[in-house]
Design a protein around this ligand. Structure first.
Ligand code: ATP
Ligand code: MG
Length: 309
């Protein structure tokens, strides 16, 4: 702990993330300009939780709330006192759709814990702690670092590097009404895959780094996957159908995270009549789906604290 004063309110903004990006299963993450906002105010003992937006009326409002658990885990890991607090969540990241809502909750809660402990956010440590709570590092890395991230584990320890996406990189996310739980989608994956598929994915994953960081014309071929998307088709047939349709018309479409959201990676191609051409070139959302036009969040979770007088 530093010699900072405790603060009397912490505000946190944490981005949605898209993981896998096609061939980079469990490794790639991209931070998106769609955010959950948290306000944490220490007071008394126990917790009071208020949620508006996504998850309202669904997530618990007690100690079992994922942000509350993450704040407490963070304070304990930092050796800081664990106060009571009120937590206000304004959520825009849809839950159970493959846009990293659970990672945002964990990274947001842990970042708040750093501020409550009077410490600057140590992003490397944030990835380690968040990976312990989430169980895999790909989404938490992007939520913690922003931009394009490549995550891995050394033993049990979550690690990540951040790369700078090319200026103008943009993402269209098609989000259906229904949810798919990460656990369910993971259960469909085979334990053994053909060597040719593994080799193809390794090459495409490497190519995807080049494509996202400066060669957008390679995005379509660089987002080809043979290791997970098709195996998950039974859990999300409409998502796979949309991926095939979009790819068939030249869009670099992938299943975002564990699905069922479908994301298209692309780049701004200038504007016409005030409308971005990349966004305009993508089709409207199918019935029952919502289309989000997003850019890349460059910095990851942000924290503001007001120090006690
Ligand atoms: N902001 C939040 N506050 C409280 N709980 C949350 C929050 N976000 C997610 N959760 C919990 O996590 C669950 C969703 O986690 P899940 O990993 O299945 O989906 P996801 O994180 O949205 O998608 P993915 O992991 O594929 O990117 C929710 O049902 C809820 O229990
Ligand atoms: Mg999740």
């Amino acid at each position: 702990m530093g010699d900072h004063k405790p603060c009397d309110q912490v505000r946190v903004r944490v981005p949605a993330t898209s993981a896998n990006l096609g061939p980079g299963f469990d490794a790639f993450g991209l931070a998106l300009t769609l955010y959950d906002d948290l306000v944490v105010t220490p007071c008394g003992s126990g917790v009071t939780v208020e949620v508006t937006g996504c998850g309202e009326g669904e997530v618990p409002l007690d100690e079992s709330h994922l942000v509350v658990r993450s704040i407490r885990a963070g304070l304990e890991a930092l050796g800081a006192p664990v106060p009571g607090f009120t937590l206000r969540c304004e959520n825009r990241i849809p839950h159970g759709r493959g846009l990293g809502s659970s990672s945002a909750a964990i990274v947001g809660g842990l970042a708040a814990a750093f501020a409550l402990a009077g410490e600057p956010v140590d992003r490397e440590r944030l990835v380690v702690l968040a990976n312990e709570l989430e169980g895999h590092p790909d989404n938490v890395a992007a939520a913690a670092l922003g931009g394009l991230t490549i995550a891995w584990t050394e033993g049990e320890t979550g690690r990540a590097v951040r790369l700078e996406p090319a200026a103008g990189t943009a993402v269209v996310a098609y989000v259906p009404d229904n949810r798919v739980l990460t656990k369910e989608a993971r259960g469909l994956l085979p334990s053994v895959v053909p060597h040719t598929d593994a080799a193809a994915n390794a090459g495409k994953a490497a190519l995807l780094v080049a494509a996202v960081t400066g060669r957008p014309e390679l995005l379509l071929t660089a987002t080809e996957d043979r290791l997970h998307q098709e195996y998950r088709e039974p859990a999300m047939p409409e998502s796979l159908a949309l991926v095939h349709k979009l790819r068939g018309s030249g869009h670099a479409a992938i299943v975002s995270g564990a699905g069922p959201t479908v994301a298209v990676l692309g780049g701004h191609e200038g504007k016409s009549a005030g409308q971005d051409l990349f966004f305009r070139s993508t089709p409207d959302a199918p019935d029952g789906w919502t289309k989000y036009e997003l850019e890349i969040d460059p910095v990851g979770v942000q924290v503001w604290s007001m120090e006690a007088g």
